[in-house]
Design a protein around this ligand. Structure first.
Ligand code: B12
Length: 244
């Protein structure tokens, strides 16, 4: 900031009409907003998040990029620090709440898919013993935005409940999310339960969540995995024969 601007700002005036001083000096590029969204999650800036996310949208930030490259990158970094013992649970909770505050502003602006509605049903849930839902919710949003009919069962759902809903709704795809190595085996349990009930071949089973790998998806006999919400859409489209 120039000396003149700094002086004006110090006196409490806005450098540009309607623009707070601290922002007037910043370069509002997409990269800048992505970095600021990530930083806000890492610093648990829950109060500042809604205004920052709105500001980013006003400056043309792609909301999906803001969520995936900004907010999600921030929460993953917080997760790493938590895993390393540098942060504690209250900080993890605050970061998650900050991320949710950002998603609440950005998500309604995620463009709807250009294609015609496909209305293929997807039953989605987080597995039993696992309450992580941010990633699953993003997958639900993106699938819905791309024309899928998503029935989201929420978190901590048993294989029985998931399979019953899938049968009742004649779902073509069942998608489950697990974020912990301790809850991942529930995915295998689900696929085994589907096989023993004789319904494995009635639908496609896809899995996801940070600890899930392609190899794990193959090993447990699922129909695939994806590392982010856009990948989940491509996978679902491929499985219903509408993608590549
Ligand atoms: C946020 C968070 C929380 C929040 C969750 C808030 C919420 N409402 O969801 C809170 C604070 C509540 C929480 C609680 C706990 N957490 Co936690 N948490 C995280 C954190 C930091 C980020 C998860 C997240 O939201 N990521 C952002 C989203 C966008 O990414 P994502 O979930 O991976 O989803 C994307 C993809 O994976 C994919 N995807 C996801 N689902 C699906 C499904 C399908 C079908 C497909 C195709 C794709 C797909 O698309 C998504 C969108 O891009 C992770 C760290 C990490 N690296 O994951 C730890 C982490 C998962 N938590 C951890 C732990 C230990 C816990 C607790 C047990 C802590 C405690 N002592 O109480 C509890 C869990 C209690 C329980 N029974 O579940 C550990 C798990 C360790 C392990 N055993 O593997 C992690 C890895 C942190 C760490 N490094 O130690 N947590």
């Amino acid at each position: 900031m120039s000396n003149f601007l700094a002086e004006v700002c110090a006196k409490g005036f806005s450098a540009r009409r309607g623009v707070p001083c601290h922002r007037a000096a910043e370069v509002n590029t997409t990269e800048d907003y992505v970095a600021r969204l990530k930083k806000a999650v890492i610093e648990y800036d829950m109060e500042g998040m809604p205004a920052l996310a709105k500001d980013a949208l006003d400056h043309g930030l792609d909301p999906l990029q803001g969520i995936e490259k900004g907010l999600a990158a921030g929460i993953r970094e917080v997760g790493q620090r938590f895993g390393a013992g540098d942060l504690f649970l209250p900080e993890l909770v605050m970061a998650a709440e900050t991320m949710r505050a950002g998603v609440a502003v950005l998500e309604p602006h995620v463009p709807k898919g250009a294609g015609a509605r496909v209305t293929h049903k997807v039953v989605l849930a987080t597995v039993q013993d696992d309450i992580h839902e941010i990633g699953k919710n993003l997958v639900a949003t993106m699938l819905t935005a791309n024309g899928f009919d998503v029935i989201d069962l929420g978190v901590n759902q048993s294989s029985d409940v998931i399979l019953k809903k899938a049968a009742d709704e004649h779902a073509e795809i069942v998608g489950v999310s697990a974020l912990m190595t301790t809850s991942m085996p529930r995915m295998k349990e689900l696929i085994n339960a589907a096989a023993s009930k004789g319904v494995r071949a009635k639908g496609k089973f896809v899995i996801g969540g940070a600890p899930v790998t392609e190899q794990y998806a193959k090993d447990i006999g699922s129909d695939g995995t994806a590392g982010d919400a856009s990948g989940a859409v491509r996978l679902a489209q491929k499985l219903i024969g509408k993608g590549q």
